[in-house]
Design a protein around this ligand. Structure first.
Ligand SMILES: [Zn+2]
Length: 349
């Protein structure tokens, strides 16, 4: 090991906040768009596809790229490539979101999507050893009735790797409370639940997600730092926050990644959180780069990273036996990496 990047890359990792449609490589997006006759926004070179100037351009690109994924084999390919990138950053367990409702408008069936995605998961497990689970996200802009239809499809599929549901897309003006019945039904059916909240939306959406949706996990959640009573509550209740440094610097009000950033404040306060990559190629990042930013910019020490990885295992949707085994194995592995890292004096700061 010669650099601290290698130490960070070598850490065994959980990836718990990653969107399938936001993980499509630019070259794959271009190939699928060509194959499926979808017009992508103008770009000179393939590598420039994800260069955008504002949120509107970003959403245009995101939509066009999502529109380019049609067949089961397209889903297999993007899933496999996403997990290949995770594995190359030493992520060994991945719970990823995808947005079925974006694709229904093109007449793609839920079974086609899940068939392709699970084949990609099987292939990635065989080739890279990476274990993964699917978390369909309910689009909060489309209303609870559309979400209920999606839940019907998830339950009908009886695929055990369809492990839970999320809530995503624009936060304001779409608070969590109207989704209470939907989430209650999902929980009753044995699905795990999580919700995007407190990224661009207020702290009240975090509290609302915990109270009305019954989530024990919040995706992003940076606005928690604006409400100290809520911070104490989340700490006492062991709520897990899945944080994403690169996107937090664009989509939350806190655009400077330093020791004053909410992610660092949340960690210092004792909240449970994990480091994740969200929409990596669209923000020119990957999971290893997110760990680098956590260490170099947010000032996470090796011990803080260790804690976040073990918190991720504890807050994951693996079963209890798997969690215990993974915690013991990874703690031992991480401790050895930290000991080796500290033995290189010039790199141990
Ligand atoms: Zn997200």
């Amino acid at each position: 090991m010669s650099t601290h990047q290698e130490f960070l890359r070598g850490l065994p990792k959980m990836e718990m906040h990653l969107h399938l449609e936001g993980s499509i490589r630019p070259s794959t997006a271009a190939a699928l768009a060509h194959q499926n006759n979808v017009m992508l926004p103008p770009h000179d070179k393939v590598e420039d596809l994800y260069h955008y100037r504002d949120l509107k351009e970003f959403l245009d690109i995101y939509t066009a790229v999502s529109d380019s994924v049609l067949s089961a084999d397209d889903y297999r390919r993007i899933t496999y490539e996403m997990l290949e990138s995770c594995a190359s950053n030493n992520a060994r367990y991945v719970e990823f979101f995808f947005s079925p409702q974006v694709h229904f408008v093109h007449g793609v069936s839920f079974d086609t999507m899940i068939g392709g995605i699970t084949t990609g998961m099987d292939d990635a497990k065989a080739d890279f050893g990476v274990e993964s689970r699917i978390v369909p996200g309910v689009n909060r802009e489309l209303g609870p009735a559309a979400g209920e239809e999606l839940l019907d499809m998830i339950l009908a599929r009886k695929e055990e790797r369809l492990i839970g549901i999320g809530l995503d897309f624009l936060e304001a003006p779409f608070p969590p409370e109207p989704y209470g019945d939907l989430f209650a039904r999902a929980r009753k059916a044995g699905l795990k639940v999580t919700a995007h909240a407190g990224e661009s939306g207020p702290a009240a959406y975090i509290a609302g997600s915990i109270d009305a949706l019954g989530v024990r996990r919040i995706d992003h959640g940076y606005h928690v730092v604006t409400d100290e009573a809520l911070m104490r509550r989340c700490r006492d209740e062991g709520i897990l926050f899945t944080c994403c440094p690169s996107t937090a610097a664009v989509t939350s009000p806190w655009t400077v990644l330093d020791a004053d950033h909410p992610i660092r404040k949340m960690a210092d306060f004792g909240l449970r959180l994990t480091i994740n990559s969200d929409d990596p190629p669209m923000f020119s990042t990957d999971l290893g780069e997110e760990y680098r930013k956590a260490h170099d910019l947010l000032g996470f020490s090796p011990d803080m990273l260790r804690r976040s990885i073990l918190d991720g295992i504890e807050g994951s949707w693996l079963d209890d036996g798997e969690k215990r085994a993974l915690s013991v194995d990874w703690a031992r592995e991480i401790d050895a990496l930290i000991a080796e890292f500290r033995s290189i004096p010039s790199l141990s700061t």
